[in-house]
Design a protein around this ligand. Structure first.
Ligand code: WTA
Length: 631
């Protein structure tokens, strides 16, 4: 594996061209990178490729049609197996069904689904005909779904009657109906509904059952090549402002990045490994490491519909034992949850098939890293702590198994082909000394194939957010430092993005949801340190006295506002705590000092208040603390 580092160092572009050549190109490319319109990159621009063909047809044509692509495990205990041939056959029918509904290349299709095989099939069918998917996490509310559908102007929504979560059928079609009601989302012409939970759904003129559409569809579909820079998908993610950004990824470069990193970081042996990534397809990890990376590499993988605690916390470990999972990829929050429950629950299962363990989504503390290695990995597995983002499309910083000694808590090195820097506020590289470096801002210094190509419909926002702070470099929004060996330690976000259980949320988005409630005059949200979820949402609100004249107690108000956020954004954004205050700490120029609110939320003595316009505000907030409500 170490030779990859040398190859990439010697000729970075030739290295990337080699990785791209691992894929099937309908028309081979001759140009690797066009960076003349930076920061808008074009990778492999004169080539043509089909992502779905690379994930399916190619393997079947190579004689691997009988290899299992998906072992599906439903939450209620049902299971299903799809070979590559079967997955291809279903995807072809689905592609024809989409065409029959009038979907053409370039049209946007919203996908709002549980973790079931049809979701993977839907994604691959959309990609197969050159349409653009926008997967919306099934835990988002109908309001969030509506704004994403509108922003992308989706023509079709693919959903399910429901999905099983925590032992009950979580309704999805109902949320789609709400998003579309009263003439909202006029771009949507059709809704395709997969039957999963058999709960009651109301059908209107736009609705068609997925199984009807597929049984009426032709079985053959020949995949055409699309330009390498043809849009593949949009995925909305939270930034520093209230409005989520539609991160745009295109075909050739993205697929190159997803497949290269998947086979390299996980040391994939496609004919023997069983791979399982626990992420939902609603997040980038699900896109790159459930759908595109593993399938482009011909891997055999497990997908699981439900939560780790249903029917009991034994579930994940039973699944690993049942399918002999050898590569397992999850988030530190899950590891910390199991640490708290105790090692017995893990140790009662035969996990000897495990070989590689991955971590993603938030910094993994050394204690959790060691526990993962020892208790889950029986001290024999390699741990790969992988740093990346929705925007980077694929893993950027991670150890490669066997290439060097891993270190608890550090993601260590950029992957071959990736150039990472850490700079100070002025953009100068931080000084590396024998003790390491001070903390700085993480940058990516050269373009890479799976980089985002923009923010959907907002090219200026793309430049401004990622490229203006340090001209010529991609600014990731994370703090980092080098240690004495030159290894990278990620220090978390330096902006108003927070990570709750690995889910990415924006404090500004939660604040705007809160002030939409007629009781709330002002709101400030911070991410407070949490033992399990890394960060938790804590909100401070000022109420409108005129609106709450006969309102319930503050505890009830807090509960109602927490429910409100769930309804507006989704349960993942529900504040752990809401504190009703009479003022917020502001500087003389009116900027909210979140640092001080974080001190309060984390139960620390409040730091320096000298820049506050009114320093007595913090005393008043502290005095009120006991009135806050929490789950
Ligand atoms: C954080 C998830 C430390 C980071 C793939 C980044 C991490 C944000 C790690 C992106 C890691 C992700 N160590 N922090 N291994 N992986 N992050 O877009 O702050 O949901 O900027 O992508 O997650 O979150 P996103």
């Amino acid at each position: 594996m170490t030779e990859l580092y040398d190859l990439a160092k010697r000729d970075r572009l030739a290295f990337w061209a080699d990785q791209a050549h691992e894929l099937y190109w309908h028309k081979p490319f001759t140009k690797t990178l066009n960076w003349s319109d930076a920061p808008f990159a074009k990778w492999f621009e004169d080539g043509q490729i089909n992502a779905s063909y690379n994930c399916l047809d190619r393997h079947v044509l190579a004689g691997l049609g009988d290899r299992v692509a998906l072992f599906f495990e439903g939450e209620p205990g049902d299971s299903k197996v799809f070979t590559y041939s079967e997955l291809l056959a279903e995807t072809k029918k689905a592609a024809n069904a989409l065409i029959a509904l009038g979907i053409e290349s370039g049209d946007r299709v919203a996908i709002y689904m549980p973790m079931i095989p049809e979701t993977v099939i839907a994604i691959l069918a959309v990609a197969r005909i050159g349409a653009v998917h926008s997967v919306v996490f099934g835990g988002f509310s109908s309001d969030s779904l509506r704004s994403r559908i509108d922003d992308a102007q989706a023509k079709l929504v693919i959903t399910a009657d429901g999905g099983f979560r925590k032992g009950r059928a979580h309704p999805l079609k109902e949320a789609v109906d709400q998003a579309l009601q009263e003439g909202n989302c006029p771009s949507v012409e059709h809704v395709l509904v997969v039957e999963r939970t058999k709960n009651d759904v109301t059908f209107g003129p736009k609705d068609t059952w997925w199984h009807d559409a597929l049984s009426n569809a032709a079985t053959e579909h020949v995949a055409a090549g699309f330009d390498s820079e043809h849009p593949l998908f949009i995925l909305y993610t939270s930034g520093t402002t209230g409005k989520p950004k539609g991160i745009l990824h295109t075909t050739g470069g993205y697929l190159t990045g997803a497949s290269y990193t998947h086979r390299t970081v996980f040391d994939l042996k496609p004919n023997t490994d069983v791979y399982w990534c626990t992420a939902d397809v609603g997040w980038i990890t699900g896109h790159s490491y459930v759908v595109y990376g593993p399938l482009a590499n011909g891997a055999t993988q497990v997908i699981y519909e439900g939560t780790p605690d249903t029917p009991s916390f034994e579930r994940w470990w039973q699944i690993i034992a049942k399918y002999h999972v050898s590569i397992f990829y999850t988030a530190p929050t899950a590891i910390r949850t199991f640490m708290k429950i105790g090692r017995e629950i893990v140790e009662g299962h035969d996990l000897s098939s495990l070989r590689i363990l991955g971590s993603v989504g938030e910094p993994i503390n050394p204690e959790a890293w060691n526990w993962y290695k020892e208790v889950v990995g029986g001290s024999r597995c390699e741990i790969v702590d992988t740093w990346w983002q929705t925007e980077t499309g694929s893993i950027m910083i991670s150890p490669i198994p066997g290439a060097f000694k891993t270190k608890p808590g550090s993601a260590q090195r950029p992957l071959p082909g990736i150039t990472i820097g850490i700079v100070d506020e002025l953009g100068a590289p931080v000084e590396k000394t024998a003790e390491g470096s001070v903390a700085g801002y993480l940058t990516i210094d050269e373009p890479w194939p799976s980089m985002l190509r923009g923010v959907w419909g907002d090219p200026e926002r793309f430049k401004e957010t990622y490229w203006n702070k340090f001209p010529g470099k991609y600014f990731a929004g994370d703090g980092a430092r080098f240690d004495e060996d030159g290894d990278i330690w990620l220090l978390g976000r330096i902006d108003d993005v927070i990570k709750v259980s690995g889910h990415r949320l924006s404090t500004a988005e939660i604040e705007s949801a809160l002030v939409e409630h007629h009781w709330v005059a002002e709101a400030a949200v911070v991410g407070a340190k949490d033992e399990i979820t890394e960060q938790a949402v804590v909100a401070f609100v000022i109420l409108r006295q005129d609106e709450i004249a006969d309102a319930p107690s503050e505890t009830d108000i807090a509960k109602i506002l927490r429910d409100w956020v769930t309804q507006k954004i989704g349960a993942i954004a529900r504040p752990r705590q809401i504190m009703v205050v009479t003022e917020l700490p502001k500087t003389r120029s009116g900027k909210i000092m979140r640092r001080l609110l974080r001190d309060v939320a984390e139960g620390r003595p409040v730091g320096d208040v000298t820049t506050l316009a009114d320093s007595s505000v913090m005393t008043a907030i502290n005095d009120k603390l006991h009135l806050g409500a929490s789950d």
